[in-house]
Write a new protein. Structure first.
Length: 447
């Protein structure tokens, strides 16, 4: 099912980008101690207590925009509110409940959406005593947090999840794979959908952005069932317009969130753009299978093809495990190879490796290349196994997760992929602290 959209709304400089980064677990949004730093929304897929969410950071609310840029930010924020399933209203405890907060609260109440009031920058007992002042916004019980210091985040997200409808139970049909066709505007997504379906299901037009919504179509391929999702093009941040364009962008991100395998369509005539890389990043963040479809290959001169392939390998090296097919959606070149490969990736995503096999492989690779020391300490991996609830995700219980260096994590990622395959699927390794008794045994042995 599609993950709910949660929008973070508030005045400038109340910490919206910091909160998004905290929820995403990494530095996604630009954070600076200056008002108005975030001009466009930033999106992140967030998994909390098993619930998948799409969290949207928005530009700072201004009651009376002074210029065209501020007016655009306000319009986009209004669209974010309209499309969100739940809204976090973020305020600053240091400023108190000021008039601008009251104005935003009034707009949100009129939207008739679930609203969670989060009071940010609560870093002391004195500031905690000021939190009840925000009851006068009429939003409900305020949740005291510090996005920067990771305080109150669990309570905030519990309130967010409680405000959302119960997660619908989605039972996939046996042998059913969901594929999302994604890419920038005007790269040929609708043409590809029509080619795969063998009929004119989606409107095809040369003007960018013709597809404003997602269109689902089903293919019975032998004894297999494939659901295709054609999405509106994802535009480069800063060029996403208000209204339907932004709505289409959210739908495209939702399509990635609910698919099994994303078909990333790239325009061969434009080489690899920054936005192609961003979309690939969205897919990987969501943990979906991915294959690269280079469209309009018939329009590329023979002498340019090798240069294009080199550029593809360099710019998308972070997705080097993704298979590539060179196609022409218009003429049908290479189309026959798409569904078989997508189905293979879907099968790889379902793969479950026995615990003993995972543990044995990890012990072998560690014995060949032990983790480097950090001071007088060294990382010890106690046991390793595959997470049964997440595709291609491995849990490594260690003595101290802080001792994991990114280069060693990359080494383990590569060895797991070499050992178990997972073609076209991002491999994720999660380090957790081993049980205390086991850790004590490790320390005694090390001495």
């Amino acid at each position: 099912m599609t993950g709910p959209i949660v929008a973070i709304v508030g005045r400038t400089n109340v910490g919206k980008s910091t909160l998004l980064n905290r929820l995403a677990g990494r530095q996604l949004a630009v954070v600076a101690d200056l008002p108005g730093t975030t001009r466009d929304r930033v999106f992140a897929f967030v998994s909390w207590q098993g619930r998948e969410l799409t969290v949207v950071d928005t530009g700072g609310w201004q009651a009376k925009p002074q210029g065209s840029l501020e007016q655009k930010v306000k319009q986009q924020l209004e669209v974010a509110i309209a499309q969100a399933d739940a809204i976090i209203l973020l305020v600053d405890v240091k400023d108190g409940a000021i008039a601008a907060d009251e104005e935003i609260a009034g707009v949100l109440r009129a939207a008739n959406k679930p609203i969670i009031l989060a009071v940010n920058k609560v870093d002391s007992d004195k500031q905690t005593s000021q939190v009840p002042d925000f009851y006068r916004l009429g939003i409900g019980e305020p949740v005291a947090i510090s996005a920067h210091h990771n305080r109150g985040i669990d309570e905030l997200m519990e309130a967010v999840l409680a405000s959302l409808p119960a997660q619908p139970i989605s039972i996939a049909e046996p042998g059913e794979a969901k594929l999302a066709i994604v890419g920038r505007p005007n790269v040929g997504k609708s043409t590809l959908l029509n080619a795969l379906l063998g009929e004119e299901r989606a409107i095809v037009h040369e003007s960018p952005g013709t597809t404003r919504d997602s269109i689902d179509a089903t293919i019975n391929w032998g004894d297999k069932r494939i659901v295709l999702v054609d999405t509106a093009g994802i535009k480069r941040r800063g060029r996403v317009g208000v209204g339907v364009d932004y709505y289409s962008l959210l739908r495209a991100l939702q399509a990635i969130n609910r698919c099994d395998v994303a078909l990333l369509l790239i325009d061969a005539s434009e080489f690899i753009t920054a936005q192609d890389m961003h979309i690939a990043g969205y897919i990987i963040d969501a943990g979906k299978g991915v294959m690269l479809l280079v469209n309009k290959w018939d329009l590329v001169a023979q002498e340019q093809r090798e240069r294009f392939k080199q550029s593809l390998g360099q710019r998308l090296r972070f997705a080097s495990y993704a298979p590539v097919i060179y196609i022409s959606a218009k003429s049908g070149q290479g189309i026959d190879g798409i569904l078989p490969l997508a189905w293979e990736i879907w099968q790889e995503r379902q793969k479950q490796i026995a615990r003993t096999a995972v543990d044995e492989l990890v012990k072998q690779v560690v014995s060949k290349h032990p983790a480097p020391r950090t001071g007088s300490r060294r990382l010890h991996i106690v046991r390793a196994y595959q997470d049964e609830s997440q595709p291609a995700t491995f849990i490594l219980e260690v003595n101290d997760p802080k001792l994991v260096h990114f280069s060693y994590q990359r080494y383990l990622d590569n060895r797991l992929r070499q050992g178990f395959g997972f073609r076209g699927v991002p491999v994720k390794v999660i380090f957790t602290k081993a049980a205390r008794k086991i850790n004590k045994k490790i320390n005694v042995t090390a001495q």
